[in-house]
Design a protein around this ligand. Sequence first.
Ligand code: HEC
Ligand code: HEC
Length: 415
Amino acid sequence: MSLTLHSLSAASFILLCLLTLTACNNTENKWTDGQLKIIESLSIAGVQNPPNDPSNQYSHSTGASAFGQQIFFDKRFSSNGKLSCASCHQPQKAFTDGLSLSKGINETGRNTQSLIGSAYQRWFYWDGRKDSLWSQALVPFESANEMASSRVHVLRVIGKDSELRNQYEILFGDFPISVLDESIAENAGPWGDTETRDNWYRIPVDMQRKINRAYANVGKAIAAYETTIPVPKTKFDEYVQVLLEQGEQKASKLFTDEEKAGLNLFIDQEKSHCLRCHNGPLLSNSEFHNIGTGTFTGANLDFGRFLGIQAVVQDEFNCMGEYSDADAKDCHALRFLPRQIHNDMQGAYKTPSLRYLNKTGPYFHDGRFTSLEQVMEHYLKPPTPDSETPELVFTETEKRQLIAFLETLGYINSL
Ligand code: HEC
Ligand code: HEC
């Protein structure tokens, strides 16, 4: 084609468009209807109210949320009195901590996940070893590397604080006061050091169950608070809104050519494949995938979902357990989870959201990368044999464009 666009009359331009639809799109750089549908599916407009969790009757209770919020930020529940959930999940860092590997009492083996959008998830943790927000919330208190406390200590803090105890009783009924009895050791729980575990198994089983129920209630209140954490708007969402409501010309003022080219690459399923796993308004399918990041040798073994499946099935606080509010028939995710050991789940991790990446780094389950350039380099390396990602080929320019697009999903305070 030797003619430039400028020299074409409008009529012959339209004719040319009709004859060569794709060429027309490229020269004019207009989104097709198909592309617009995909772009819309990624925008914040698709974020509904968080779904009900049948295993937690308090998941949408404002009273429970207010109670849970206090616990989330209260350091008295840790063994050294210096750590709360918010120490690692800091609101101003999109509920992460900025570290490669999170650190509580000791360094843990994983990178802190953001809590923005967690109420929309089906499985929790990088390996999905929990099936509800409330059962997840029971872990950090007792985890040796995180808060190194115990369920008896957690309940004692509440029981001895008249304000918290009052709120507990309004929400859940009687507080199990026997937990305050001096005959029960303060550090007693099934996950602590030997002494903590011994103390736990000295408690009569019916008392243990009362403690577990009250402890589950605490988790349910924390989950209610996490369910209220908003999913903020980004520059990308603003672009999509203007694009759909006022058209391409107005929208083009909000996105640079580089950002637009990056979006084009991101949604190009033939070229980038990103959408296969990073889709929907959170840019995550909430499922587990192997992108060649598992560690199967050395000191820091990490098998990912492979062990997560076994853990969630055995968890006494899962959706089908005694402390759940759900009918077993409503525990769809757990019921239909294939029970057999899946070798292909070795090294699979939960697809993270791509929202707010400017606040959630370092990246990947072990925080191995501090920049999006490094993440892109990972995807451009020849895939490992077990990886689900295909061989990808990008020019330097395309790589920069894709990163520019990812940056439009960053957290901003001013919109
Ligand atoms: C020492 C730092 C630390 C503390 C304290 C901590 N967390 Fe976390 N949190 C993490 C890390 C690290 C992960 C990922 C761990 C993994 O996958 O094994 C995580 C994961 C989560 C997830 C899963 C999110 C998802 O999308 O799957 C939730 C929810 C969560 N934490 C809530 C809490 C709550 C509630 C508390 C307090 C009771 C808490 N965390 C205390 C570090 C911490
Ligand atoms: C087969 C599924 C799959 C595909 C395809 C895929 N990803 Fe991912 N992505 C993941 C998983 C799983 C992780 C987490 C891996 C881990 O933690 O070890 C991840 C992590 C990331 C992260 C780090 C986020 C964080 O918070 O740690 C970024 C950024 C990212 N992907 C961008 C992309 C881009 C851009 C593309 C397309 C070029 C893409 N991904 C294609 C599944 C996928």
